[in-house]
Design a protein around this ligand. Structure first.
Ligand SMILES: Nc1ncnc2c1ncn2[C@@H]1O[C@H](COP(=O)(O)OP(=O)(O)OP(=O)(O)O)[C@@H](O)[C@H]1O
Length: 646
């Protein structure tokens, strides 16, 4: 088991906190350094005001009045007063520099831990999302997975960060309180008089700012989605003259976003105002009460361990330093809940059972021509809604077969079962008799080059698009496959030919060009099965003919499975499976099925009648014959070149 698998395997049994920590524990030396530096920062923060206090109480006086801590300072200082002043300046400066340096290194370690730990989270999540079956992906919006990967993936670090920050806050508060109590218990209680106000304001503003920020984020996300949708339907809105309507919707969406931002900004500005007022009240209490204590202990009734000006300085400094740890404690629950929820959304996907995966005893199945059979296969996307029922069919190696039938009878679903995008609910798909669920998934899928109806185009060069399934393909292989798919002409016309980078989704190509590219991608792969789902739906008659011709010439070298509505393409197939309502209702060659006079024959007659009527209208029959002959000759040369070795 690799480390990722181990983490995932152990995942279900552990708490969300343990799982969050496990992503950062590989960097434990950095975590240890971070904890050490936090200790340094806390120590420096607590000592910062002491050089001034020592100066006032123990250097600029005839008799030192400070407590035990003054003793440590004086021990490292020279005997003479000027030397002591210079020494305190050096200590004060050194403390500041150490404090800033520790802070800087802490921040860098924080970033380092965050980014690398979150990269591990993302790697697990991305890998899992890639393994999850189509059923999972089709049941959720695409944006959900993107949000989990981009935003929720920071949840585990948030949990760790909050835990560390709150622990530091608790330690700081404890040490600070102990020091203050050692100087003056009444003044400590006076200083803590504002603590409830600090806690309240942190809680109140923390919650409000958090809610407003979430609200604003959601409204901004809606605005982005709105703009994206509006831009994608510009042609529609122009064609139907709906621009004013679209503009009003845009204005409304922007207005909602502005209002949400202003509500957030209002809370963000109120917060520092409240903080400064509370701190001023605290400062006033300490100055008044502490000033009186100093006056009492130093002048009215001098006492050796009484309140001093230096101690008052410490109290004033610590009062400001109370804010941060109290803020951490006040916001602990709301913040940890937010990050915990994000982490849970990540772990939820990681714990999702993988419906399609290798069995522990999965067998290797080297890709080579094999007999494919559907053995009483039934399938449903939803329990109550059967899509395929008792499908039985066998395809011998090197055959070209077609599945035909009306829309929605389950032809594409049947193809998806072969690649195990889904598993049958009953029966089995077999390769050379082996249930494909018993074969290694990676081996199984290496058997098939699949052209889906979507004709996906990647935002990369034409050559990389074609070679996607076989990155080792040479330029000659790529060009030959493009020629066979009828794509050469339009690729040569692109500004940089095969190096032209295509836009997202192939937006700068026509539907037919995208389809030819997808076909070239399948042709360049060396998979023994070519599976084509409606490969000619977007092709013009010339390219359709060219493709069918190519497929026929590949017939004995590869097994070709075709789903099509165009029966012209299936005339020379070795077998045609006519489907109806999720069942194979007729099987045979084109001629046999015509002779049967069933559903296939009726469909054929309808299509040929339609076509004859159209041809008669166009009077285009004669010209086409000559063109077809030319295409066939050119194709034969190319096909011989590419596939002589395959
Ligand atoms: N992911 C899915 N979830 C639920 N139902 C689905 C899903 N994909 C397809 N279906 C349903 O399964 C049935 C068969 O669909 P399929 O795409 O296999 O038909 P088809 O014969 O290939 O149709 P076409 O010729 O129009 O491509 C349809 O009723 C369809 O609505």
């Amino acid at each position: 088991m690799n480390p990722t698998d181990e983490r995932l395997h152990a995942g279900a049994k552990r708490t969300v906190y343990e799982r969050a920590f496990s992503y950062f524990s590989p960097n434990w030396p950095w975590i240890a350094t971070l904890v050490f530096l936090i200790g340094v920062s806390v120590g420096v923060g607590l000592l910062e005001a002491w050089p001034l206090a020592v100066l006032v109480d123990s250097v600029l006086t005839t008799e030192p009045k400070g407590g035990w801590l003054h003793g440590y300072f004086l021990a490292v200082l020279p005997e003479d007063k000027p030397g002591q002043i210079v020494g305190l300046v050096i200590i004060g400066l050194s403390l500041q520099i150490i404090g800033y340096s520790a802070w800087m290194v802490r921040m860098m370690i924080n970033f380092y831990l965050n980014y690398w730990g979150t990269t591990r989270v993302r790697a697990d999540l991305f890998g899992k999302l890639q393994r999850l079956d189509l059923g999972y992906h089709q049941s959720r919006p695409l944006g959900d997975s993107i949000y989990r990967l981009t935003t929720d993936a920071f949840g585990p670090w948030g949990v760790v960060d909050i835990m560390i920050g709150t622990s530091v806050a608790a330690v700081t508060l404890t040490v600070m309180t102990a020091i203050l109590l050692s100087r003056s218990a009444p003044l400590t209680f006076a200083a803590y008089a504002v603590a409830p106000l600090i806690l309240w304001s942190n809680w109140r503003f923390g919650m409000r700012i958090h809610q407003r920020a979430l609200e604003s984020k959601q409204i901004d996300a809606d605005l982005t989605a709105h703009i994206q949708q509006a831009m994608s339907r510009v042609p529609l809105s122009q064609a139907f003259r709906r621009e004013p309507f679209e503009f009003r919707r845009f204005e409304d969406a922007v207005a909602r976003s502005v209002k949400a931002l202003l509500r957030l900004n209002w809370q963000e500005q109120l917060y520092p105002l409240a903080r400064d007022i509370i701190l001023s009240i605290g400062g006033a209490i300490i100055l008044g009460y502490g000033g009186w204590l100093v006056y009492h202990d130093q002048f009215l009734a001098p006492t050796p361990d009484g309140m001093t000006v230096g101690a008052l300085i410490i109290f004033m400094d610590y009062l400001r330093k109370l804010w941060d740890p109290l803020k951490w404690l006040a916001e602990f629950f709301s913040k940890i809940r937010t990050f915990e929820a994000a982490a849970r959304r990540v772990f939820f996907v990681l714990d999702e059972p993988e419906a399609i995966k290798d069995r522990p005893d999965a067998q290797p199945l080297p890709p080579r021509p094999r007999r494919l059979s559907f053995d009483h296969v039934s399938f449903a996307y939803r329990r109550d809604c059967p899509v395929l029922s008792d499908i039985t069919a066998t395809v011998a190696p090197g055959e070209m077969v077609a599945f035909v039938g009306p829309s929605g009878v389950g032809k594409s679903s049947l193809l998806k079962l072969m690649l195990r995008f889904h598993d049958p609910s009953r029966g089995a798909v077999r390769l050379d008799g082996l249930d494909i669920r018993r074969a290694r998934l990676v081996d199984l899928r290496a058997h098939f080059a699949f052209v889906t109806q979507d004709n996906l185009v990647l935002p990369t060069s034409v050559a990389e698009n074609i070679a996607y399934g076989r990155p080792s393909a040479s330029n000659a292989d790529i060009e030959d496959a493009a020629a066979l798919a009828g794509a050469t002409e339009f690729i040569d016309a692109l500004p940089e030919g095969y190096d032209t980078v295509l836009s997202e989704g192939g937006a700068n190509l026509s539907g037919g060009q995208r389809q030819r590219l997808a076909i070239a991608r399948a042709l360049v792969s060396q998979a023994p099965f070519l599976v084509l789902d409606e490969p000619t739906s977007a092709l013009d008659p010339e390219n359709e003919l060219r493709l069918i011709d190519t497929l026929h010439r590949l017939k004995r070298r590869r097994t070709v499975l075709l789903v099509t509505h165009r029966l012209d393409s299936v005339v020379d197939c070795d077998q045609v499976f006519a489907m109806h309502a999720g069942r194979i209702v007729e099987t045979g060659t084109h001629a046999q099925l015509l002779a049967q006079g069933g559903a296939y024959a009726r469909l054929w007659r309808r299509q040929t009648d339609d076509k004859a009527a159209r041809r008669a209208k166009r009077g285009a029959g004669a010209g086409r014959k000559g063109r077809d002959a030319k295409v066939a000759t050119a194709e034969q040369e190319v096909a011989a070149k590419v596939y002589r070795t395959s």
